[in-house]
Every structure is written in structure tokens, then in C-alpha cells.
Design a binder for this molecule. Structure first.
Ligand SMILES: [Zn+2]
Ligand SMILES: [Zn+2]
Length: 674
């Protein structure tokens, strides 16, 4: 087949111009119908329809058509590539359009494309150059994206309707007609800025052309101003779309890739839309709020009519709004929710989701954010996780967790009550004035909340921090006031979100398939009221070297209780304060009091003994063996000694009086208690 002659004349694409826009300008210049030009340049070859452009072309022209198109239009490869959105692929989740499938745009309510293009009349009027004067300004490819709602150059909101006929541009006759990339392609002779809405339908024959509105869309008419706030947001969005733009941004207080930021915008935009008017107070202006009111009301009315007509039909999904004011409003609301920390973002989201985590976890929204090809940012995930997930209550039946969405490979059961030292060292920066133990305990509580949801009190119950011997009062739930201390500590750090960021990084490590997971909840349950039984204790003592035994005459119940606590701490990776003490509990009060007085001295000696033959050194060796056997017996698939916790070198101040530590404005009182 001979290589066809290139077109006699062509045009240089205008930066940001879309392929349909380029075709409109070039066909006008060559005095051809766009359909003829598309055929000549191979765009409609093999598509079976000569009068419709495949939606995939908005992304780019696939090979080998791309080479033919470049050849025919005398464009460079770079210029051809520039007409498509593919350059944004990394930054903006574009739908995959398979050639051969329906040539319409994928336009469900989750879609990232506007069904039809919007436009800026002033951009269409051209920038004053001779070429633009003659053949019109560009139709920009970004106008197909719902997140592009304003023209920064002309400081206005984009339009989507023809001011003469009132039809949406590109939507054909009537808003319900499926949008076309380039409507009425067989009709030639129209200026690129002329309205192509069909007012008089053409006949079936290819020779009877439809009658089009033909009004100029580039005429000066009253513009809808975009406020400085909206222009700033539009500018941020366009910079993040730009392949040379910033590689990351901040979303819900944490670093986010542009793609995940856009996923966040869409997720929250949808949430705001489906729960409207819950977030109406966050609208940038009353005009914009009114535009959303109207849009939502008309959608709900259509939905009601549709359901009345065919009650069995599945809920229809709607395309993203055409009206730039509605998109601008939803993007603004989403962006302002994302402006805070994960906690602040969660506070905004809480009223938008069902209050029951089980219900929220099963909502369409939850399903969508979990299966979304491009996941939401770490920050937004941190914000919504606790609202969608709940853990098995240690005091009752599982509460909807099996049905709740579980994205993580780990659950609350894999969190020890005191996060291990090495986890802490890998992910956290020590906080000045806050004990590492307190920080590690807080981290465990927050991890449980993060993956399971619920209040902090529930997390404390789950980790057994509110039971044990009652050092921490269950009543009043002040166990988590410790977490408040950590929080005020983090507030004083140069990086206030550092603690939360560390938590997320630890959570990521737990999600790593190579990270071994231990079911600490199972260990805690197995050892709920546990102590070394007398027989085991006797044989253990008997194994100690005789010289050690002579140095430790008192090897009775008091030592057995303390040794039990030591083993419990190593197996459950918890704190001695929260260990069960059944032997002690069975003693008369005066004995208990006596034991408590000597507790710290003995505990410290057991933890710190180093002399090889010292009594406590050999006792500790025996207890370590016992701990490791115990762990292997409890675990379904034993991990051996590596999964035992080290015992933190601190003594608890026992007997401890429950101290009511108020933390005004603290972390948890505000945010986590339901
Ligand atoms: Zn403009
Ligand atoms: Zn019109």
C-alpha cells in the first residue's frame, strides 16, 4: 500500500489543546468536515464508525494509527502525544479505554472525566495571534476533567452550556444523550467555536445533515467570576497535573502523591455530594452552595422518578456534574476537609458516615475507597480507617468485623499492649519529657484504633490496659490520659504530626508481607488469669544450681507470683502493671501489702542480674525458657523465641493510687471517645 501524501496544510497544536479541538481547527482551515479529516488521518480506521471518535483518543492515539496521524498532519511525535492526556497518567488516574469497545466516555459517578467538555469563552476567542484569529483558540484537554472548573488566565469559572440553545456542549441534543468527543462530525464549515448542538435532527441517510445551533461560544458575555480561593485551588490542581509539577503534596496532614490527592478529592467530593447538605457550611460562597443545592435536587428528583417507574432497576450512577460551579464547590469542600490532620479530617467525616462502623464499612462509599484502583492518601486512610473498621470486642461477640472492610493484612490482634522496643526505635523519634514507655503504650493504643476503629477506651479494654490488677481504674477510663501526655509532648515537637507519621510508617511495616505477625490477643486471652503452677515452679526451682538456691532462700509464692508476671510480660509483650496476679489476689490483705512493699526491689534484681551464677540470673534463664515454651504452645504456628518481648527496665510505682490526670484539650478526650 503506497504511503499517502500528507495534508497540504496543517496547524501547530496550541499548548494544552485536545485532539478534538485540534481536529476542529484543522478541519475548519482545510474546509473539510471533521469526519473527513478523521478518516484521512486514520483516526476512525477500523472503528466501524466513521462519524464518531473513540473515547480512548482523548488519552492518546494508539499505534500504528499514531504514526499515520503524525505523518498526515505533519506533526512531530511529541506534538501528537501532547494532544492526549497520557502525560498525566502518572498523576491523574485515567480510565483504561479499550479500543473496539463502545466509543463513549466512561461516565459513571466515580468517573474522573467530565462527560462533555467545559470551555472558557475567552480562551476559545484566541490569544490575538493571526492563526488563532483565523481558526480560533484552543479547546483544552484539561476541560474534560471534573477537577478543572476555572480558567486561571481569565479568572472565571468555565462554562458548559451554549448561551443560545442552552444545550450542554458536546452532549448532543438533550443532556441525556451520551456525550461525544466531537459531535456531528459529518458537518463541515463550522468555526471551531460554534455550537454543534443538533436542533434539527438529520435523516437516516448520510446525505441529510442535521441542523446545528451554530451560535458562537466565544462571544463576550457576563462571566462567572472565580473567587481568589477557587483560583488558588485550581492553580494547585493544575500544578499537580503538570508532569513537571511537584512530585507530592500534603493531604490530611501527610505527604501524598498527586494521584492519591486526586483520589482523595474524588472520594470526599462524592461523600459531600451524596450527603448534601451536610457540608454546605464549607461551601466557598452562597452562589456555589445554591448551584450544588440545585444539582443535587435535580438528581434526586430524577432518581425518584426513575425508581417510581421501575422499582427493580439498580440505582443509576450519575456522571460527574457538568456545571463548573458544582465541581468547584465539591472540590473546595473536599480540599478544605483535607487541609487538617487526619484527626481533623476524621472529625469532618464522622457525621457523613453511618455512626455504626459496621454499617459505614458496608457503605458504597467504603467499598469504593477500598477497591479504588488508585488508593486514597495515607492521611485520608488514617482519617477514615477508624470510622469504617471495628474490632472484636474482648467483652462480647465480634461486632460486624467479619463484614467490615479489612484492607490491612494485620488486625488489632497483632498489636501487643506495649509496642516492642525495636519497632519504636525504627519508627519513632523520642519525645522530650515523655517516657518511652508511655509513648510505646500510646502507640499500641493508637495502632489498635487505626486498624479497628472505636474509642480509645475500647482500645484500652482490648489491649487489657483497663483490667489486670486494677492499677489503672476501669471506671473513669483514665488509662488513656497517658496518651494525652504523649500528645501534648508531640505538640511541642518541631514536627507536631511526627508521632502520627511514625504510627503510619509502623502500620506500613506491619502491612509488609515479609513482616511476621503474632496473634498477641490470643496470647493475652490464653494467659488471662495465668500464673506458674506450683508443680512447674517446684521443678523449675529444682533445676537451678544449688549455689544459686542457697543465695535465694525465699522461693515461695511471692517469688512465684513475680516470676509469673515476668513470663506474662515476655509472652504477651505487655507491661507488668497490667499483668494478672491471681496468687497475690488469693492472699490476705496484710500479706498483699507486704508483697507490694518488696515488689520493686525483687523485680529490679530479677531484671538486672548479670553475674553468671547469681540466683536471679539463673532464675531468669529458667523463666525465659518457660516463656518461650509457653509462646510456642499458644501460637498456632510457633515463631520461637524471636516473638517474645523484652522486659522493659522500669519499675512500676506500686501500690499505685489511681491518679485522675486531666488533660484539658487533650488528644483523646476530644477525638476518640464516642
Ligand atoms: Zn480562558
Ligand atoms: Zn447552541
Amino acid at each position: 500500500m503506497p504511503v499517502p501524501q500528507p495534508l497540504g496544510r496543517s496547524l501547530v497544536p496550541i499548548p494544552g489543546e485536545s485532539l478534538p479541538g485540534f481536529l476542529l481547527r484543522l478541519s475548519f482551515r482545510l474546509n473539510l468536515a471533521p469526519a473527513q479529516l478523521a478518516e484521512l488521518t486514520g483516526l476512525t480506521a477500523g472503528s466501524g464508525t466513521a462519524s464518531r471518535l473513540h473515547a480512548a483518543l482523548l488519552t492518546g492515539i494508539p499505534e500504528p494509527g499514531r504514526r499515520l496521524f503524525a505523518h498526515m498532519t505533519r506533526l512531530t511525535d511529541g506534538q501528537v502525544a501532547g494532544l492526549g492526556m497520557a502525560a498525566w497518567q502518572e498523576r491523574y488516574p485515567l480510565p483504561a479505554c479499550t479500543p473496539g469497545k463502545r466509543p463513549s466516555l466512561p461516565t459513571d459517578r466515580w468517573s474522573l472525566f467530565a462527560p462533555a467538555t467545559r470551555y472558557c469563552p475567552e480562551c476559545l476567542a484566541g490569544g490575538g495571534s493571526a492563526v488563532q484569529e483565523s481558526f480560533g483558540g484552543p479547546w483544552l484537554k484539561s476541560w474534560h476533567l471534573p477537577v478543572v472548573f476555572a480558567c486561571p488566565a481569565h479568572q472565571r469559572l468555565l462554562e458548559h452550556r451554549c448561551p443560545e440553545c442552552g444545550y450542554a456542549v458536546g452532549a448532543g441534543s438533550g443532556d441525556r444523550a451520551s456525550p461525544a468527543l466531537l459531535p456531528v462530525m459529518r458537518l463541515g464549515g463550522l468555526h471551531p467555536a460554534q455550537c454543534r448542538a443538533v436542533l434539527v435532527p438529520g435523516g437516516r441517510s448520510r446525505w441529510t445533515l442535521p441542523g446545528c445551533c451554530g451560535a458562537r461560544l466565544d462571544q463576550t458575555r457576563p462571566r462567572r467570576h472565580a473567587s481568589p480561593g477557587l483560583l488558588a485551588l485550581q492553580d494547585k490542581i493544575l500544578r499537580l497535573l503538570n508532569p513537571d509539577g511537584p512530585a507530592s503534596t500534603v493531604s490530611a496532614g501527610m505527604p501524598a502523591s498527586p494521584a492519591s490527592y486526586f483520589a482523595d478529592l474524588r472520594a470526599l467530593g462524592l461523600l459531600a455530594y451524596s450527603t448534601w447538605p451536610e457540608t454546605r457550611h464549607l461551601s466557598p460562597s452562597s452562589e456555589i452552595a445554591a448551584a450544588i443545592d440545585q444539582h443535587v435536587a435535580s438528581f434526586r428528583q430524577q432518581e425518584a422518578e426513575r425508581q417510581a417507574n421501575s422499582p427493580e432497576s439498580v440505582a443509576r450512577t450519575t456522571p460527574p456534574p457538568l456545571d463548573a460551579a458544582v465541581s468547584a464547590g465539591l472540590a473546595h469542600i473536599a480540599n478544605s476537609i483535607l487541609n487538617g490532620t487526619p484527626d481533623e479530617t476524621r472529625r469532618h467525616m464522622r457525621p457523613l458516615l453511618p455512626s455504626s462502623t459496621a454499617k459505614a464499612g458496608r457503605s458504597n462509599w467504603a467499598r469504593w475507597v477500598t477497591v479504588s484502583a488508585v488508593p486514597c492518601s495515607e492521611g485520608l486512610q488514617a482519617a477514615y480507617d477508624p470510622l469504617l473498621r471495628r474490632f472484636t470486642s474482648p467483652f462480647g461477640q465480634p461486632r460486624g468485623r467479619s463484614r467490615a472492610v479489612r484492607a490491612a493484612r494485620w488486625g488489632p490482634e497483632n498489636v501487643p499492649a506495649l509496642i516492642p522496643e525495636d519497632w519504636y526505635e525504627r519508627h519513632f523519634t523520642p519525645l522530650a519529657d515523655v517516657s518511652p514507655i508511655l509513648a510505646r503504650r500510646t502507640a499500641a493504643l493508637r495502632l489498635v484504633q487505626m486498624v479497628a476503629g472505636g474509642s480509645l477506651a475500647e482500645a484500652a479494654h482490648f489491649l487489657g490496659l483497663s483490667s489486670g490488677d486494677g492499677s489503672w481504674p476501669r471506671q473513669g477510663g483514665r488509662v488513656y490520659s497517658s496518651a494525652g501526655i504523649v500528645h501534648s509532648g508531640t505538640r511541642q515537637q518541631p514536627d507536631p504530626s511526627g508521632f502520627e507519621a511514625s504510627l503510619r510508617s509502623l502500620a506500613r511495616e506491619l502491612s509488609d508481607p515479609d513482616m511476621p505477625l503474632v496473634n498477641y490477643q490470643q496470647r493475652r486471652r490464653a494467659l488471662q488469669n495465668w500464673s506458674i503452677d506450683e508443680w512447674t515452679w517446684d521443678s523449675l526451682v529444682a533445676r537451678m544450681p544449688p549455689i544459686s538456691r542457697t543465695h535465694m532462700p525465699d522461693l515461695g509464692d511471692r517469688k512465684r507470683q513475680l516470676a509469673s508476671v515476668y513470663v506474662w510480660v515476655r509472652v504477651t509483650v505487655g507491661e507488668p502493671t497490667f499483668a494478672p496476679r491471681p496468687i497475690e489476689a488469693a492472699q490476705p490483705p496484710d500479706v498483699q501489702e507486704d508483697w507490694r512493699r518488696s515488689w520493686n526491689g525483687i523485680w529490679w534484681a530479677l531484671l538486672t542480674a548479670t553475674k553468671p551464677r547469681a540466683a536471679y540470673t539463673s532464675l531468669r534463664a529458667e523463666l525465659d525458657d518457660l516463656a518461650s515454651t509457653l509462646a510456642m504452645t499458644i501460637d498456632p504456628s510457633p515463631h520461637g523465641d524471636s516473638s517474645l518481648g523484652t522486659v522493659a527496665l522500669y519499675v512500676s510505682r506500686r501500690p499505685r493510687r489511681p491518679r485522675r490526670q486531666r488533660t484539658p484539650g487533650g488528644y483523646f478526650e476530644d477525638d476518640y471517645i464516642e
